[in-house]
Design a binder for this molecule. Structure first.
Ligand SMILES: [Zn+2]
Length: 430
């Protein structure tokens, strides 16, 4: 006897309440407008949702009044010759705020309902990270190096809150209201708490709570999520419908991977997947800040590449740019370090591709600025290590949003709540 795979909701005699039905129909209609590649007419909405034309007209009126959609200029339709008025998302109204903390920089972004970036701000931030790469190996999370310099959470989040305040005011001047914020951090997150971010020196930091208090805007939900996953979300939006199965490898001082399969970002049972930087590439390798040895990060993290050259300043403001300039001028040490990084990246990514069969590898974060030096080495490993590579080559290319993918993805995640359910926005406007 086979057992049912899917649970079936228990039958209920409770009738659907009228206001619930209205809310549901509003979501149904709005999602059609969100997903439409071109402005969609009321008639097309009725056909797509199965709702009556009077119901669609009422819902569209509500959405127009709430400022969530706008009418496009009438165009002649093919058969009847009658004007066809399309509906599309408004560029004013609700907006999402994205914030990104890296070991050496902070950034802030605002996107509107259409997903367009309306504000982007970046600031270097120090002190420069110390990765403890050459420290003695330690076993277990609790014994990970603790003596390294770290970014003070209060100081860092206060700087970020100042940038956020400026972004919110800039948005208001453009008739945008920030309805939610998402903070991207380089490490696993648990309900707003950053569990462990080795390159920031953070452990169990309530980043969401601290940031919400510092921003001080009432009713502004602040979410926190892993930066690599958010970068993949940004690339998914930017990549169009053909980008469905890919991994976005974000390379900074730490390395993360955001995995998307069938157009759906995957983070695992607790959203802690994607720690590609701590995949082992050599068991006899050096100690990593995480406590293990031979992690990818020890070979392909930016610090490792910087350490390879006597000609780079110890704390370059824009490390990837400095690395690119140096190797373009023929530095053999940097070139060798980039080749080592590419080979290690290719080895780790090959294991991932053998497991999950993605067809595209996007190089994100600072890697997006170093793609020309990394692609061949990664490609070589993929061709020799991925079992199916000869029948289905894997494309390696720079991430479209480059180093800004995580902060844009964070802002998109923040606005997505309205795109999925506009009812709270309508209720808020009374
Ligand atoms: Zn590690």
């Amino acid at each position: 006897m086979t057992r049912p795979v899917h649970r079936v909701a228990p039958a209920t005699d409770t009738p659907v309440r009228q206001d619930s039905l209205r809310a549901h129909n509003l979501i149904l209609t709005f999602r059609q407008i969100v997903g439409a590649p071109v402005p969609i007419s009321r008639i097309e909405l009725a056909a797509a949702t199965g709702l009556t034309r009077p119901t669609i007209s009422r819902i569209v009126d509500e959405l127009l009044t709430a400022g969530l959609v706008v009418e496009a200029a009438p165009a002649r339709s093919g058969n009847s010759g009658r004007p066809r008025v399309g509906l599309s998302l408004a560029r004013t109204g609700p907006a999402g705020l994205g914030l990104d903390i890296r070991a050496d920089s902070l950034s802030v972004c605002v996107v509107d309902l259409t997903g367009s970036v309306r504000h982007l701000d970046f600031a270097p931030h120090g002190p420069f990270p110390d990765h403890g790469l050459d420290r003695q190996p330690v076993a277990g999370f609790d014994r990970a190096p603790a003596e390294g310099r770290s970014l003070d959470p209060q100081d860092t989040l206060r700087s970020l809150a100042t940038m956020a305040g400026k972004a919110i005011r800039t948005a208001m001047a453009e008739n945008l209201t920030v309805v939610g914020a998402t903070l991207a951090v380089p490490g696993p997150v648990d309900g707003g708490i950053v569990r462990f971010a080795p390159t920031l020196g953070w452990r169990d930091v309530d980043a969401g709570g601290i940031l919400a208090a510092l921003i001080g805007t009432e009713d502004l939900p602040v979410g926190v999520d892993n930066d690599a996953g958010l970068a993949a979300l940004g690339e998914l939006y930017a990549g169009g419908p053909e980008l469905r199965d890919f991994v976005c490898v974000s390379g900074e001082f730490d390395i993360g991977a955001g995995l998307v399969l069938g157009g759906v970002p995957l983070g695992g049972s607790r959203g802690w997947g994607g720690e590609l930087g701590h995949v082992m590439v050599d068991s006899a390798g050096p100690a990593c800040a995480c406590g293990a040895t031979g992690c990818l990060q020890c070979y392909a993290g930016l610090q490792r590449i910087i350490d390879a050259s006597p000609h780079l300043p110890p704390s370059p403001q824009q490390p990837a740019v400095a690395i690119d300039t140096l190797v373009s001028n023929g530095s053999p040490e940097i070139l060798a370090a980039l080749n080592r990084a590419a080979s290690a990246l290719g080895t780790a990514v090959s294991a991932l591709v053998n497991l999950v069969n993605v067809d595209t590898v996007l190089l994100g974060g600072s890697y997006s600025l170093l793609t020309s030096w990394l692609t061949d080495g990664i490609d070589r490993e993929l061709r020799s290590r991925v079992l199916t590579a000869r029948w289905s080559p894997i494309e390696v290319r720079p991430a479209q949003l480059g180093p800004d993918a995580a902060v844009i993805g964070a802002a998109l995640q923040a606005i997505d709540q309205v795109r999925r359910d506009p009812n709270p926005w309508l209720a808020r406007r009374g």
